[in-house]
Design a protein around this ligand. Structure first.
Ligand SMILES: NC(=O)c1ccc[n+]([C@@H]2O[C@H](COP(=O)([O-])OP(=O)(O)OC[C@H]3O[C@@H](n4cnc5c(N)ncnc54)[C@H](OP(=O)(O)O)[C@@H]3O)[C@@H](O)[C@H]2O)c1
Length: 424
């Protein structure tokens, strides 16, 4: 190592992964404003095509991770993404006595506790601010800013791609596929958008927030997911009539008896709520504590520059305290997760019309003890693929699902019903 805690010498930084975020981090480190940090290595496969003339001459370019691990770099910044070889490289960097900063949500959600323990054993740091909500300082906010409270709820918009698609569907009255294509054309969505729209991306981030914020570690794959691909333009019309819009919401809640409910799904959110006001690719995290009440963190959840700001902030935190080891916020055995949130519900049916449909569905709900709050249907609509909505009084989402399984057996559906909770 080139320096120790208390030294004034800069810490040397090795960047592993020179893509969107890696380049933006290098730009910040090369602009001279961060005197405690010096970029010394850039590692990427096919390195020849990656070289940039604005990087100082003294920086070593390599495609061999062993050159980085065998160097005297103090901090390794992992920005290649994916589970492997990223996890292996982080593990080896920590074992080599180097602090690690990563933006990798999958690595931290799956193996963060083990890596943090390794960092503690080697008395180095593990920073992962950029792994959740890009440029929003949510990990530092929870770790330091709200350490004095006991949080019991996290409510968040964690996926900018979904938020862009849903806000476009709302503003332009366009179908899901058209909004997705637009997001892809603008670079907001991948060619394969499934991890975003089906919820796995937000799932990993929510697992990290549950561990750090609620002190409830949960296995990411145990968080129930519901895709946004089933949301239709007509749902925004009915949502508006109910004073709401639609967002992909990630939520986790710890109850007094230690049970954890969590889920990632499209939800109706009141237009007056903070979540409804988050437009385009932005993110928001709202946490609720026993003493401090509600606190909201909002900003750019992705993008090279905002994410690089989070990475460099982690680097500065390491520079301020390079030794001492990572904290234990990710520790503990994973607790089981239920989806049993209590709320009002929106159910949209798409049917081939005939007499008796509303009565049949009301009968199914009644048999499950569910009370209808309203029935919404435009007069004079077409008879094929007719969309109408039933809203239900607050109840457990498990009961709604059971009722909808029964309702699915009825023979008038043109498409499966869409069920969304309504945020109180
Ligand atoms: N972009 C964002 O807005 C954002 C926001 C928050 C968090 N993150 C996270 O930040 C990390 C980096 O994302 P990114 O958007 O910068 O990705 P990216 O643009 O795809 O960059 C990844 C870089 O790593 C290189 N790479 C990938 N696998 C490698 C391997 N096995 N060996 C050597 N080099 C390898 C890639 O090389 P090639 O050029 O050959 O592909 C590329 O240069 C990911 O964990 C991501 O989830 C990104």
């Amino acid at each position: 190592m080139t320096s120790n805690a208390g030294d004034n010498a800069a810490l040397s930084v090795a960047l592993v992964g020179f893509g969107t975020v890696g380049r933006a981090v290098a730009r910040i480190l090369c602009n001279g404003a961060h005197r405690r940090l010096q970029l010394t290595h850039i590692c990427n496969r096919g390195i020849a095509r990656k070289k940039a003339d604005w990087v100082p001459d003294g920086v070593t370019w390599t495609e061999d991770i062993d050159v980085v691990l065998g160097s005297d770099a103090d901090i390794v910044v992992e920005l290649i993404g994916g589970l492997e070889p990223a996890t292996d490289w982080i593990r080896r960097a920590l074992e080599a006595g180097k602090s690690v900063v990563t933006a990798n949500k999958q690595v931290i959600a799956q193996g963060g506790a083990e890596l943090a323990a390794l960092a503690r054993r080697h008395e180095v740091q593990l920073g992962f601010e950029a792994a959740v909500a890009g440029g929003i300082p949510i990990i530092h906010g929870l770790r330091q800013g709200l350490a004095g409270d006991r949080l019991f709820r996290v409510l968040a918009i964690l996926n900018g791609t979904c938020n862009y698609i849903l806000t476009r569907m709302e503003a332009g009255g366009v179908a899901f596929d058209a909004a997705l294509r637009e997001a892809q054309d603008l670079g907001y969505a991948e060619a394969d958008p499934s991890a975003d729209v089906d919820g796995q991306d937000a799932q990993a981030k929510l697992a990290i927030l549950s561990a750090v914020g609620l002190r409830c570690p949960i296995a990411p794959e145990s968080i129930p997911l519901h895709t946004i691909t089933t949301v239709d333009a007509i749902d925004f019309v009915y949502a508006r009539r109910l004073g709401c819009t639609i967002r992909q919401v990630s939520r986790a809640q710890r109850s007094a008896d230690g049970r954890v409910c969590a889920g990632v799904q499209p939800m109706l959110v009141p237009r007056s709520s903070a979540l409804a006001r988050v437009n385009g690719s932005r993110n928001i995290v709202v946490v609720e504590g026993e003493r401090g009440g509600e606190t909201a963190f909002s900003g750019h959840g992705a993008g090279g520059d905002p994410t690089a700001v989070a990475v460099v902030s982690d680097l500065e935190a390491v520079a301020a305290a390079p030794a001492g080891g990572a904290d234990n916020l990710l520790d503990g055995a994973a607790v089981p997760v239920a989806e049993a949130f209590e709320s009002a519900h929106y159910v949209r049916f798409m049917v081939n019309d005939r007499p008796g449909i509303v009565a049949a569905l009301a009968g199914v709900f009644a048999r499950h003890g569910l009370n209808l709050d309203s029935v919404l249907q435009d007069p004079g609509g077409r008879k094929q693929q007719l969309a109408f909505v039933m809203t239900l009084d607050p109840c457990d989402s498990g009961i709604v699902n059971a009722a909808l399984r029964d309702a699915a057996a009825l023979d008038f559906h043109a498409r499966p019903p869409l069920w969304m909770p309504v945020l109180a």
